[in-house]
Design a protein around this ligand. Structure first.
Ligand SMILES: [Zn+2]
Ligand SMILES: [Zn+2]
Length: 233
């Protein structure tokens, strides 16, 4: 319920902002929006990299459900899963979900959009958008800058939905059109991440992957982002 209220609140704020923007549209909004779309892609990659390699909480049975070999609909599995998940806070749950995505990638594509984007909106993009709107109201910022920020918010909010589209075949027409124009990446662009787990963490359009791959490699050389973090124990 609280997630649906957060989604509705974000949609209302963005609709009001977009209406305000549309009244004074200018050429400079276009490059600013592309920069916002790039920044959202970068944010998706940074969060993904952190979640993949941040070790899960040990000793509460996450390894048992991660490696469970029987049916994932069995009473035994569901009991183990509920017992482990009941001990996790929302961020720890997300950290587990990112790791669980690697051996079972298509599960993300089967989830509803509300499930995919709910926690991102509730904990990140809605609070960010409220703060940003307070700043917009208090300071006379150029409208192109606001257009860029709003584009970032839209991209970041839908980041996990866009990731899900890379793991399903029946995507809506708008997603397929955006994939053809490279505003969104396609499943082939994302394949290398799943093959190596060491590159291409960004999942919106992939524009930031070259830069983020350099950051990942530099951090690995310094001993951060170690392989042990990829799997619950
Ligand atoms: Zn990953
Ligand atoms: Zn994936």
């Amino acid at each position: 319920m609280i997630i649906r209220i957060a989604l509705l609140a974000l949609a209302c704020i963005l609709a009001a902002d977009i209406g305000w923007m549309a009244l004074s549209a200018s050429f400079w909004m276009l490059p600013a929006m592309l920069a916002g779309w790039y920044a959202a892609d970068m944010a998706s990659g940074v969060v993904h990299m952190y979640m993949d390699y941040k070790p899960s909480r040990a000793g509460i049975g996450l390894d048992k459900i991660f490696f469970y070999e029987g049916s994932r609909e069995s009473a035994e599995y569901l009991a183990l899963r509920d017992a482990a998940f009941s001990q996790l806070n929302p961020v720890e749950r997300l950290i587990y979900d990112f790791k669980n995505h690697h051996p079972r990638p298509d599960a993300l594509g089967r989830r509803s959009m509300v499930t995919q984007i709910g926690s991102t909106v509730l904990f990140a993009t809605l609070p960010f958008t409220i703060l940003a709107n307070i700043v917009f109201l208090l300071f006379p910022l150029p409208l192109w800058l606001i257009a860029g920020v709003l584009t970032f918010v839209v991209g970041a909010s839908f980041a996990q939905y866009f990731h899900g589209t890379l793991h399903r075949k029946d995507n809506p027409l708008i997603v397929r059109a955006m994939q053809r124009t490279k505003l969104l990446m396609n499943a082939e662009d994302h394949r290398r991440h799943h093959e190596t787990l060491q590159c291409d963490f960004s999942t919106i359009n992939g524009w930031s992957n070259p830069a983020l791959n350099l950051v990942f490699n530099a951090m690995r050389r310094r001993g951060y982002l170690r392989d042990e973090g990829l799997i619950p124990n």
